[in-house]
Design a protein around this ligand. Structure first.
Ligand SMILES: NC(=O)C1=CN([C@@H]2O[C@H](COP(=O)(O)OP(=O)(O)OC[C@H]3O[C@@H](n4cnc5c(N)ncnc54)[C@H](OP(=O)(O)O)[C@@H]3O)[C@@H](O)[C@H]2O)C=CC1
Ligand SMILES: CC(C)CCC[C@@H](C)[C@H]1CC[C@H]2C3=C(CC[C@]12C)[C@@]1(C)CCC(=O)[C@@H](C)[C@@H]1CC3
Length: 332
């Protein structure tokens, strides 16, 4: 039976590059591009079909930032497919990023310079807003919508006799100090992105603890710094093009400047080739590119603990309950 792989945020950047790589790896796949913008999704499908004309590529409308859209999309997945082997939770946003030039130059002449380039710690903040469901937009998109999708699809992901794998696109920008168990949506801070990605890391561990016995596994990856619409929101694309030689130079020292979506998708691709039960639930798998342009994946232990991860899981279940009740009340 055909393997089914679903990718969220598949219409551009790392998600689209991943789809290309998956089809190259296994032409017989059934690939489901789960996107909020169907025009861009159609364009992505055409691009993929031009290099893999016989590929089975489906489109699914999914706005991960909207509770009703997630529930609707999950229903559609359940009616379309009899199995779901792998789900890449890749859609993500970083709205209104503010780059702190002063802190950047200070960091440039400190012993933390390599870490600064790898994680952007201390030099990047964002302005978040509240969405139609009353949730913080960054949390809703990067974390909650994907969590809800997993919960809805659990019966498909936890089928007897086979394993399934959910793979989150996290980030090395994820940081414990940006996250608070009392404010999981990061309503009060200025680093919603770092907080949301840390929540992803915690949640992945909790999902493994909850679901491994039923055959469902969860992993997190970091694609490195990649030139995509997300990074073009931080600095304009012409500026990135201008400083590209410097970026290649920095890559020699960090290897985290993967720069192209193809390179950034390395860890996502390499996890596809692994048996999920052989992976470390406490590790983040990083896409890296050497100064000579060689791609490889390296795992690093995450700065997470089980109590915090279980506490977040319980909070998410509460939020899920609330969201469902609110939706029901709104429908009446
Ligand atoms: N670029 C980088 O350096 C890094 C990126 N990442 C992560 O990689 C992932 C992919 O981002 P990247 O490829 O860089 O950036 P892009 O902006 O190119 O891709 C983001 C994708 O997510 C989709 N998306 C955003 N919001 C929603 C939503 N509400 N519902 C459905 N889809 C949505 C976008 O679709 P649409 O076209 O509709 O906007 C787009 O397809 C993100 O999770 C990001 O945080 C992590 C580390 C570094
Ligand atoms: C190199 C140049 C002369 C100046 C570039 C400075 C900054 C704009 C970048 C340095 C480190 C970068 C970085 C990210 C964004 C751009 C920088 C701050 C990310 C936060 C992008 C999204 C992620 O998820 C992280 C993994 C990136 C970490 C590094």
């Amino acid at each position: 039976m055909q393997k089914v792989v679903l990718v969220t945020g598949a219409n551009s950047g790392i998600g689209l590059a991943l789809c290309e790589r998956l089809l190259h790896e296994e032409a017989g796949l059934r690939l489901c591009l789960a996107c909020r913008n169907m025009r861009r999704a159609e364009a992505a499908r055409s691009t993929l079909l031009s290099s893999h004309p016989k590929a089975d590529i489906d489109l699914l409308h999914l706005d991960v930032g909207s509770v009703s859209s997630v529930l609707c999309a999950a229903q559609e997945v359940k009616s379309r497919y009899v199995r779901l082997d792998c789900m890449y939770l890749n859609a993500g946003i970083m709205p209104n990023p503010q780059f702190d030039v002063r802190a950047f130059f200070k960091g440039l002449f400190s012993s933390n310079v390599v870490k600064m380039f790898a994680t952007a710690e201390g030099i990047l903040t964002q302005q978040d807003s509240v969405n139609e469901d009353g949730l913080q937009e960054v949390f809703a998109t990067n974390v909650f919508g994907h969590f809800l999708l997993i919960r809805e699809l659990e019966p498909m992901l936890c089928q007897a006799g086979r394993t399934s794998h959910v793979v989150w696109t996290s980030s090395s920008n994820a940081r414990r100090s940006a996250f608070s168990s009392d404010d999981v949506q990061h309503r009060r801070g200025t680093e919603p992105y770092a907080s949301s990605k840390y929540a992803v890391d915690l949640l992945s561990l909790a999902l493994n603890r909850q679901n491994n016995s039923q055959g469902m596994y969860s992993s997190v990856i970091c694609p490195g710094l990649v030139m995509t619409n997300l990074t073009y929101g931080i600095l304009p694309s012409f500026f990135w093009t201008l400083i590209m030689p410097v970026m290649y130079l920095i890559r020699i020292f960090t290897n985290t400047f993967t720069l192209t979506p193809y390179n950034g998708a390395e860890a996502l691709h390499s996890l596809f080739l692994k048996k999920p039960e052989t992976l470390d639930p406490r590790a983040k798998y990083h896409s890296l590119t050497s100064g000579m342009g060689r791609n490889y994946t390296q795992s690093h232990q995450m700065d997470i603990d089980e109590d915090m991860s279980d506490a977040l899981y319980r909070t998410m279940l509460e939020m899920e309950k609330d969201a469902r009740e609110r939706l029901k009340a709104g429908e009446k």
